[in-house]
Design a protein around this ligand. Structure first.
Ligand SMILES: [Ca+2]
Ligand SMILES: [Ca+2]
Ligand SMILES: [Ca+2]
Ligand SMILES: [Ca+2]
Length: 226
């Protein structure tokens, strides 16, 4: 596989060129430089392809994420820069990795403690979930993009009372096309099923929780919807 990983501060995996295989993004030790290496695997034959320095100037950006924001089949990069949530839309091809200049998706992000991105309304595009600085309030904003035209629609406070919950995750638990929210509260593991529509974000009261979670250090979920 690839060499030179000793100075990587974090990885950012995404299918940037849209060939169906996740490529390797890696930030340098000072988080200022982003390197991208192509996934050149074929079924049964894992390989890394060519790669190298893609861009610099990332040290002011935190909470970087990869998602296909506009639904064009190529994973894009999102990240916070000060108070703003930025999007870099992938314009990569099989020949080269490239991204459009950044676009500001929203302001008011300085107090976000963490993001929980999921397609809660099932329209095929990930929506922005965000927790407040004290982790007690949860905000959701709708992704209104069309392929090639990224945009962010209306949003606002969805619910409070999250401070007592941890290990918050999203996946389409029941396979109905809408991402649900999973979390732990003390010894219990909860699933809040999304009942959102194109007009409103909503979640059903949790199904009876399963117990025995107090000693879990981390969960490893494979998101079925992506
Ligand atoms: Ca790829
Ligand atoms: Ca995209
Ligand atoms: Ca959505
Ligand atoms: Ca669901």
């Amino acid at each position: 596989m690839s060499h030179g990983n000793i100075t990587v501060s974090s990885y950012l995996m995404g299918d940037f060129d849209g060939d169906g295989k996740r490529d390797i993004g890696a930030f340098s030790a000072d988080r200022n430089s982003l390197y991208i290496t192509r996934n050149a695997s074929t079924p049964g034959n894992p390989q890394t392809g060519a790669g190298g320095l893609h861009s610099s100037g990332w040290s002011t950006v935190d909470k970087t994420m990869t998602l296909d924001w506009d639904g064009d089949g190529k994973d894009d990069i999102l990240g916070r820069n000060g108070d703003h949530l930025f999007l870099w839309r992938s314009t990569s091809t099989g020949a080269a990795f490239s991204f459009a200049g950044y676009q500001v998706l929203s302001a008011g992000n300085a107090t976000v403690s963490s993001y929980l991105m999921g397609d809660f309304d099932g329209n095929g595009k990930p929506d922005v979930g965000a927790f407040s600085w004290d982790r007690d309030s949860f905000y959701i904003t709708r992704n209104t993009s069309t392929p090639g035209n990224p945009s962010l629609g209306a949003g606002g406070l969805h619910s409070s009372g999250w401070a007592s919950r941890d290990h918050v995750m999203t996946t389409d638990w029941d396979g109905d096309g809408k991402d649900d929210i999973l979390c732990r509260s003390g010894d219990l593991f909860y699933v809040f099923r999304s009942t959102s529509t194109g007009a409103t974000f909503s979640f059903a009261n949790p199904v009876p929780p399963n117990s025995g979670n107090a000693t879990v250090t981390s969960y490893l979920l494979i998101a079925a919807s992506r």
